[in-house]
Design a protein around this ligand. Sequence first.
Ligand code: SF4
Length: 250
Amino acid sequence: MTETTTTLKLTDNSKVKFKSGHYNTFGLLHGRPENGGTCPGSTSGAGGCLSLKRVGGVNATCYVDKLVKAYPNFGKVLQRNTELLRGKTQAEMEVVLTETVAAFVKHNKGNNLYFRLHTSGDFFSEDYARAWAATILKYPNVQFWTYTRSLWAIPLLMDCPNLSIYISSDPVNYAEAKAVYDICHLGHPNVGICYMGNIGTQPAGERWVVCPEVSGKLKNDSSQGACAKCRLCMTYNDKIRLRNIQFPVH
Ligand code: SF4
């Protein structure tokens, strides 16, 4: 899929695609803002999403680090997408996001309209989250889904009925994440909570469904990723709220 100078470069991710050549996601730079990333809610410490190891004099970050090292062009795409948004006004970002989703819809001829935000990176500012909320509401026929540790972004996005938004938790931020979830999911079946941590470490008192892709029960193949077959993270309606999902660390 070709991008223009005003659209994010979309990627064909093996897990989230619904068909070959779907191009239904994008990434931003990973890691803490002070290290150039877009993840202000990233967590460090035992079980957090950041490694405490220092690499090349810089605090290292999540699994995306490995991908960037293995595929330097992937890192360039994250950089380009981030530069297209960071430092821009809310209105300017809304133009970029709107044109990006329009290109996605056109590329797929109105079919398989499932769009995953942030296979790398996160909501880095309130203006950026608001720009996404405005964009998502313009495309009611597209089902968007995402996971975020930017807890302040949930109230800014939860009124988009076609956005499935997971509060991303782990042993470091669970108490804080759960407190936001307890308030925000009421009346919002599109707000869910997920937990990154191995079997046996998940918080008690909640029922968790283990992501079948991570557990190996569902495989990605060349025509479809596991998310297209599973769809748990985007299944909700007025009667059924999003299930709690557990992602064992792998
Ligand atoms: S639970 Fe299903 S939809 Fe959610 S990430 Fe895993 S495979 Fe994808």
